[in-house]
Write a new protein. Sequence first.
Length: 434
Amino acid sequence: MHYLYTLSILLYGLLIRLAAPFNRKARLLVAGRAAWREPFRAKPLDPARPVAWFHAASLGEFEQGRPVIEALRATYPQYQIVLSFFSPSGYEVRKNYAGADVITYLPADTAANAQEWLATVRPQLAFFIKYEFWYHYLHALNEANPAGAGQAVPTISFSAIFRPNQLFFKPWGGFYRKLLTYFRAILVQNQESVDLLRGIGIDAILAGDTRFDRVAQVAANKRDIPEVAAFAADNVPTLVVGSAWAADMAVLIPMINQFSAPLRVIIAPHEIHDADIERWQSQLTAPSVRFSSLTTPPGRGTAPGEVPRYLFIDNIGMLSSLYQYGTMAYIGGAFGKGLHNCLEAATFGLPLLFGPNHRKFQEAVDLVAQGGAFAISNTDELTQAFTRLYENAPTRERAGAICKAYVLDNVGATGKVMGIVDGLALQGMGNGAA
């Protein structure tokens, strides 16, 4: 089976290279994988100090893992941290993150790449965040410690979540079940995951989701954005639209065009493309402005009809702090493959709105059930739900309070991950390097 797996990895790599001339993400991935060694040459690791390796698929998984990275850095400062990404969406945004010593792309999951990676990184600890299960890397970590001690590298999966339709739980899924045995510890988000893994003979620890810790940190240390504060400073209700795709805007634009009551809307696209923003601006019937064009507080010194009603955020990395200026939040992605991070808005006590493809996200399901979030399927449903929140302050405030309490009730997963790390420290992290 592992031969078929390796073949699929090679075929995927070929398809990415074929797509590279036509697709920016594919180009970045091909170039980034080819140059993965460069960050190690630019900033060589100290061979006298131990290394902890964290791997994240993309930006969301990095944010999920960030509290653990920073807790490990604070608790075990002797450790160097290597951070790898699968996706350009994560690497390009966080390639200058100060919390890691080396940040790079993870090479394709082949046996040769895994051996070269481990010989370069020489980790004493390895962490895979949420969904990452790469056979050759896990197998190599499990076989021997490249630092020379001849024993497996303790490998931890955290904030993982499992569902019955995954290959691990299929009758023919023995190859994938084997991957799970390579982890020293698997910390999962919910009891369903614990039960599913127990059913195939794998022990797991119910630890929760480290994203709660991260968003609570963001709220406690929110970044002030004066231009946005000025835009939202006139006590007009403000809707923050986070990670919007074209499918979200197709539902949102008719609603906000027909909404006649005073309203400000801050729109953060999931990806920044000038053509998309220009098209959306042209479809809106009230004035709009880009964040990059804000040189003075919006509307100051202009006629009332010229005051922008819509603000487009044309940069990456600001969204998590934008929610502090909102009255309500719409979270994008759930008219496509799946909902983006709704906890970033929930932690600021905003009631949430999002599309129908949210059921894979436990926090979204929970918040809908509790009355803090509202799932909609079209513009009419969005208009009804938004109008109800807009016009009924007690309903809006109650929904926001539910969201904020939900976040606060679920913090603590980082401490549980660090409890495993502390236990490994007592054992010498597997090779006496601690």
